[in-house]
Design a protein around this ligand. Structure first.
Ligand code: DC
Length: 229
């Protein structure tokens, strides 16, 4: 009998959730799913096709035309987001998408579309999924729920370093504004707002290294796996 579990990782933007989820999945030989990439790909599709975020009919029609898939990339050792057959992994990280994705992720029909696919991916367990509503809505019965937090300025600086690689002119102010804007929408929206699940364990990584964060989370995971039947 397999004792694979579901690990749900939630938290604000740019808290290092994906880094943690990716390394845990690699260590445990689990599947890693970055659910933010799904909302980003949907936002990209809406922007490209001028879908109004308030036109429900257009949204329903657009969702029927969207096919999302993850494809493993042997170079980056993580899955790339494939939107209707096109690899959009780089495009969905652009500021143009970041600026609008929270509005798209707040639409009920978009959430239903993404959440049902995410739940299907977890049927066999053995999954590490990161997002905003994984422990509260997608997998309320996940064996391990981690809520990651970090100081806002530290988060903005980390994100700035990442974005500077492709956008040398980007400022800390612009990054910080985008993070605050997304956090506000993500945590105050009507449908599945970001909040800590009552049974989640909090991991504040403001002053610890990635390696230390990984060790803490891995120990929690191993403990839960031991208890799983
Ligand atoms: O994790 P990220 O920054 O790539 O997420 C992009 C956006 O998608 C973010 O503004 C919040 C939203 N999101 C969500 O609402 N629910 C999830 N499970 C994952 C992301």
């Amino acid at each position: 009998m397999s004792n694979k579990i579901i690990i749900a990782i939630d938290g604000f933007s740019s808290c290092g959730k994906s880094t943690l989820a990716k390394s845990l999945a690699a260590k445990l030989e689990y599947v890693f799913i970055d659910t933010g990439a799904m909302y980003r790909a949907i936002a990209l599709y809406f922007l490209r096709n001028n879908i109004s975020f308030t036109d429900n009919q257009a949204i329903y029609k657009a969702l029927q035309e969207i096919n999302l898939k993850f494809e493993y990339n042997v170079t980056s050792l993580k899955s790339d987001m494939i939107l209707n057959g096109e690899n959009v992994e780089q495009l969905i990280r652009e500021m143009k998408v970041s600026a609008k994705v929270s509005e798209v992720a707040a639409i009920a029909a978009v959430r239903d579309f993404a959440v049902s696919q995410q739940q299907a991916m977890g049927k066999q367990k053995g999954i590490v999924m990161d997002g905003r509503d994984i422990g509260t809505v997608v997998f309320p019965n996940a064996e391990l729920k981690i809520f990651v937090t970090a100081d806002p300025l530290i988060r903005a600086n980390r994100r700035l370093l990442e974005l500077r690689v492709t956008h040398p002119d980007i400022t800390l102010e612009a990054v910080s504004e985008n993070l605050q804007h997304r956090d506000l929408i993500d945590s105050t929206r009507e449908h599945s707002p970001l909040k800590q699940a009552a049974d989640a364990v909090v991991l504040d990584n403001s002053n610890i290294t990635k390696e230390a964060q990984f060790e803490i989370a891995l120990n929690w995971a191993l403990e839960k796996i031991k208890q799983a039947k």
